[in-house]
Design a protein around this ligand. Structure first.
Ligand code: MTE
Ligand code: MO
Length: 372
């Protein structure tokens, strides 16, 4: 069993798949803290968790004609300026289960919990690439990452991001060795992972073994044959993965975590809670909440850290104390967020349905009963 050596996990996690391990925190725990505690941070593994020795660990930065190769131990990485930022990671498949309700899709049945937030600390990728002699050049290039997790045939997890993002100090791409002040937990990439703020989870390669600058995107399955969006009319017979760009920055997203679908709430007043986030460093400027399925709206109160313009890497938690209209037997609660480019969420799932069930960011809807 290649998974026999996987770490022990927190019992509160809702498991979507045991081998490889995929799990999300329950909604009420997800928004209990602005910073997600490490043991309940969602986990998305494609392969067994490697067991790496921090003493012999090396990160290979592969040279090319214009740069030199580096082989960096953990101590070498600690010598770069330590950079710490709060970043939300979200899987492209977050809220996929809502797409499944429209029509079957291929993928894990994530509910609203394939998203979490941590303080990440490490060396900036731009500093490491600069030491290897890389400069931002005119020609298009990509930074390819390879994980040290592999399947029985030796295929490793891999992904890439554009060199321009990797070299931009303002983009704050990290080679992270700490998560919330602790060494990375094994499930989250011990000893080193990439953290690409504002970019889909899939590019945040864990158990990082190799970094290279290439003229093309990573040839990994997960870069080229997955994590792409398509029209609702594209099916598995007609899909052409080369025709769509890889997902990088994610669209604006929000979800209700309290109350939960099917719950009974007290009459009088109801507290509604949730999260909101947008990709690419775009800040959340507003969350609108409706109790009547979207006929009328109230603005929620935004909690959590203030967001920096163009560097809003972390989510906002939000809440609304709302009066339950007298005589109401049920509520159709809806939320939708707006980011600082005035991007909004689509109102329904069907027009954004896609065969892989990614980018599921329609208005989130929760139906509850009111106690009489
Ligand atoms: N890196 C490696 N090496 N192997 C993986 O399976 N999964 C990716 C990414 N990095 C993955 C990986 C995906 S799809 C996501 S959403 C994030 O890791 C999840 O990070 P987390 O498990 O720390 O939440
Ligand atoms: Mo993911």
């Amino acid at each position: 069993d290649p998974y026999a050596d996987d770490p022990i996990r927190h019992p509160a996690l809702k498991v979507n798949s045991q081998r490889p391990f995929n799990a999300e925190p329950p909604p009420e725990l997800l928004t209990e803290n602005y910073i997600t505690p490490n043991p309940i941070f969602f986990t998305r593994n494609h392969l067994p968790v490697p067991n790496l020795d921090p003493d012999t660990y090396r990160l290979h930065v592969v040279g090319n004609p214009g740069s030199k190769s580096l082989s960096l131990s953990l101590d070498d990485l600690y010598k770069f300026p330590k950079h710490e930022i709060t970043v939300t990671l979200q899987c492209a498949g977050n809220r996929r289960s809502e797409m499944t309700q429209v029509k079957e899709v291929k993928g894990l049945e994530w509910r609203t919990g394939a998203i979490s937030t941590a303080r990440w600390a490490g060396a900036r990728l731009c500093d490491v690439l600069a030491q290897a002699g890389h400069k931002l050049c005119e020609t298009e290039a990509h930074v390819c990452f390879e994980g040290l997790d592999s399947d029985p045939t030796g295929t490793t997890y891999g992904a890439s991001i554009p060199l321009a993002r990797a070299m931009d100090p303002e983009a704050e791409v990290l080679l992270a060795y700490e998560m919330n002040g602790q060494p990375l937990p094994r499930d989250h990439g011990f000893p080193v992972r990439v953290v690409v703020p504002g970019v889909v989870g899939a590019r945040n390669v864990k158990w990082l073994g190799r970094v290279s600058v290439e003229p093309e995107e990573s040839y990994s399955h997960w870069q080229r044959r997955d994590y792409k969006g398509f029209s609702p009319s594209v099916d598995w017979d007609t899909v052409d993965f080369d025709s769509a760009p890889s997902i990088q920055e994610l669209p604006v997203q929000s979800a209700i975590t309290e109350p939960q679908d099917g719950e009974t709430v007290q009459s009088g007043e109801v507290t509604i809670k949730g999260y909101a986030w947008s990709g690419g460093g775009r800040a959340v400027i507003r969350v609108d909440v409706s109790l009547d399925g979207g006929l009328t709206w109230q603005a929620a109160e935004l909690d959590g850290e203030e967001q920096r313009p163009r560097k809003a890497w972390a989510w906002r938690l939000w809440q609304l104390q709302a009066v339950v209209p007298a005589g109401q037997k049920e509520l159709n609660i809806v939320c939708k967020a707006v980011d600082d480019s005035y991007n909004v969420q689509p109102d329904t799932v069907a027009p954004i349905w896609n065969l892989r069930g990614v980018l599921s960011n329609a208005w989130h809807r929760v139906h509850v009963h009111v106690a009489s």
